[in-house]
Design a protein around this ligand. Structure first.
Ligand SMILES: C[S@@+](CC[C@H](N)C(=O)[O-])C[C@H]1O[C@@H](n2cnc3c(N)ncnc32)[C@H](O)[C@@H]1O
Length: 309
């Protein structure tokens, strides 16, 4: 298979092809973040890196089999103050390079991804440009992370993945409890364990379970979650503490507990990446690249519907 990947990040798409057993003869990647490309090149030295999409001539990749990509959601996400709600901003302009790539390359198949929280007008605009309606898939079905994303694709017949029932307690690294920074809870709740009905897949799906706070702020970086629920959605930006991965209360064998953020390997597991996939760059850059990335098993699930795959 020949793959054209825009906004390639750490090449989660490339892992997805491998995981589903589709051999890749060519993988042309467009990415501008030097840490992300470092991770991709370390794991897949044969990836061809082409850099900035705005300077690209996609006719170089004529008749490739598939175009994949998710342009930065930072401009459109509900997590951003004053997010763009019309397609004529920076987010829309980057997305239009994906559309241009589709026309110039004439790829047979495509997958485009973006955040579930985008404004409905942006969602309609994307659907109009790509000629299909998106399917919403929550990564929580295949991983221990709550992460709702839209996927637009012309691959036919996609249904929701089965719920693997994974919780944070299943992805923790063992033996690390005492080495990592711990925090004190300043207020705590009795955990309420509940699954909610997902209207998209008609399945009861576990949720992150907020059990308290550290410090005085109620911000995301100060929230403490139970490991008996899902993790919150990993993010690429955010402040210190647990802003990127959340903070979790972990029971120790001696009856005590600690509160810590997740390690880079645990964050990788939440995205169903191989352990240590992002090793080789700083922890800060690892969290950023992982939070920016795709949940590999969601992409391989979508790819499993490719005809004759
Ligand atoms: C949401 S992330 C996509 C991550 C990717 N799907 C993965 O598997 O890791 C968007 C990516 O677009 C990249 N990006 C932003 N502007 C770009 C541009 N002009 N050309 C190429 N890549 C760009 C960012 O550096 C970021 O890694």
């Amino acid at each position: 298979m020949t793959v054209l990947s825009l906004f390639d990040g750490i090449s989660c798409g490339r892992i997805a092809f491998e995981r589903i057993g589709i051999s890749v003869e060519k993988y042309a990647a467009y990415e501008i973040d030097k840490y992300a490309t470092q991770v991709s090149n370390k794991n897949y030295p044969h990836i061809e890196q082409y850099g900035d999409v705005t300077k690209a001539d996609f006719t170089l990749h004529k008749n490739f089999d598939i175009l994949i990509g998710g342009s930065p959601c930072t401009y459109w996400s509900i997590a951003k103050n004053h997010r763009e709600i019309t397609p004529d901003g920076f987010g829309g302009r980057l997305f239009m390079h994906y559309v241009r790539a589709l026309y110039e390359s004439k790829c047979k198949w495509f997958i485009y991804e973006n955040n579930y929280s985008i404004h409905k007008d942006i969602k309609s605009f994307i659907s109009k440009q790509l000629g299909v309606e998106p399917i919403m898939i929550n990564s929580a079905l295949v991983s221990a992370q709550q992460r709702k994303r839209y996927y637009w694709t012309n691959i036919p017949g996609i249904v929701q993945p089965n719920d693997k029932g994974l919780l944070v307690q299943e992805i923790l690294e063992s033996g690390l409890y005492w080495q990592k920074k711990s925090y004190c809870m300043t207020s705590c709740y009795h955990p309420v364990f509940y699954d909610t009905l997902c209207k998209h897949c008609n399945t009861m799906v576990a949720q992150p379970i907020l059990i308290g706070y550290i410090g005085n702020s109620r911000g995301q970086g100060n929230r403490v979650y139970s490991v008996r629920g899902k993790s919150v959605c990993l993010s690429a930006n955010g402040g210190g503490g647990g802003a990127k991965t959340g903070l979790y209360k972990i029971d120790l064998p001696d009856g005590d507990y600690i509160i810590r953020k997740l390690t880079p390997v645990e964050a990788e597991r939440l995205q169903t990446l191989p352990d240590k996939y992002t090793e080789g760059i700083s922890d800060t850059q690892r969290y950023k690249c992982i939070g920016n990335g795709w949940t590999v098993d969601v992409i391989s699930h979508i790819l499993s519907f490719l005809p004759n795959s």
